[in-house]
Design a protein around this ligand. Structure first.
Ligand code: OSB
Ligand code: MG
Length: 371
């Protein structure tokens, strides 16, 4: 399979509900779609980066540049027999994981389409449907949060994740727990705490949470070990894990009991698969995180979540939770807390070309003959 053309498309979508984390409030997405073409077939990938580098060092404009100037030149015209080769081709470029994952994802989709199989099958997925949780942003009051969560519980989500930060944590979680004593509940701090908060965070143990996600610094694994030793609540690492090597070190140290795998954060499906396999061997639970993706990134997330090691519900909520109109047809829907893993070719959804064109703000294509 020869990679004849790669397009980087920048697009904007408005979120139905503004999403507040400990680091920002987002009301729209300014993101990249990468398209890779060979012959008559095109594969689609999405870059998880946000417009500002608040979650990690990557951000949309930076990813756009690194794709155009560094990554695409290594891939254009390349003869690829299997997408597992892409990681080595891109290895000279350090990090830039979300940019790498976007183009790797496009080529995985393209390859699956040339093989006549689904992306999930190409990856080695085994599940036909995956359990889904909802990630709920920080609300202004405990009451607002409880109302929002109650709606989500009624809709059937398999677990609820509540964003927290100092000043919007224990009382908010207690209010949700009082109303929903049995719902699988977790919290995500997006690195809003330090070890000095250990006594405060110990109160999480009273709430029967399935986990606390990334309580400490985005680049830490050592302090998380100390905190995990002080808590009964399992720690899940998100921001801290960028690779298989990071995963091995976190497991060796005992820094967490659960890993959130985001394809973008770890640099692509190849790395995500290796992390899943290691965690399965080591008995750690894994689940699929989200970056408020459009349907294209969501389809990739559903494919990876179909691997057997993804034992917990993922942040792969239905399209209607995020967008008035998604860029895929049909949109992602949920049935009793689960989403079907698409079985069609590649990502298994058609692209809503009219909608994708309508939300495009810029576009850059590179072709094999240098045009
Ligand atoms: O930490 O998982 C996170 C959204 C933006 C930035 C970071 C995170 C999140 C989410 C949303 O939790 C997950 C989703 O619904 O896509
Ligand atoms: Mg997180």
């Amino acid at each position: 399979m020869n990679i004849e053309k790669i397009t980087v498309r920048r697009a904007e979508l408005d979120l139905i509900t503004p999403f507040t984390t400990s680091f920002s409030t987002q009301s729209n997405r300014d993101f990249l779609i990468v398209e890779a073409t060979s012959g008559a077939k095109t594969g689609f990938g999405e870059c998880g980066a946000f417009a500002y580098p608040y979650y990690s060092e990557e951000y949309t404009s930076g990813c756009e540049l690194v794709l155009i100037e560094q990554l695409i030149p290594l891939l254009i015209g390349a003869e690829i027999t299997h997408p597992r080769e892409i990681r080595d081709i891109l290895a000279p470029i350090k990090r830039n994981n979300m940019a790498k994952a976007a183009v790797e994802g496009a080529i995985w989709d393209l390859w699956a389409k040339t093989q006549g199989i689904s992306l999930a099958k190409a990856i080695g997925g085994t599940k036909r449907s995956v359990e889904v949780g909802l990630s709920v942003g920080i609300k202004e009051s405990e009451n607002q949060l409880v109302d929002f969560v109650s709606e989500a519980v009624d809709e059937g989500f398999a677990r609820i994740k509540v964003k927290i930060k100092p000043g919007a944590d224990l009382s908010f979680l207690r209010a949700v727990r009082a109303e929903h004593p049995d719902v699988p509940l977790m919290a995500d701090a997006n690195n809003a705490y330090t070890l000095a908060d250990t006594d405060h965070l110990r109160h999480l143990d009273e709430l029967n949470l399935t986990m606390i996600e990334q309580p400490l610094a985005h680049d830490d694994i050592v302090d998380h070990r100390h905190l995990q030793q002080a808590l009964r609540t399992p720690i899940c690492l998100d921001e801290s894990i960028h690779s298989l090597a990071d995963t091995r070190k976190a497991i060796e140290l005992g820094s967490c009991r659960i890993i959130n795998i985001k394809i973008g954060r770890v640099g692509g499906i190849n790395e995500a698969k290796d992390i899943e396999a290691l965690c399965r061997d080591e008995g750690l639970d894994v689940w699929c995180g989200g970056m408020l993706e459009s349907g294209i990134g969501r389809a990739h997330n559903l494919a990876i979540a179909s691997l057997p090691g993804f034992t917990l519900p993922g942040d792969t909520a239905p399209s209607a939770r995020y967008w008035k109109r998604d860029v895929i047809i049909p949109e992602v829907t949920m049935n009793r807390g689960s989403v079907d893993v698409p079985q069609g070719l590649g990502i298994g959804f058609d692209i809503d070309v009219a909608e994708l064109e309508a939300i495009t703000t810029s576009e850059h294509s590179v072709e094999v003959d240098g045009r």
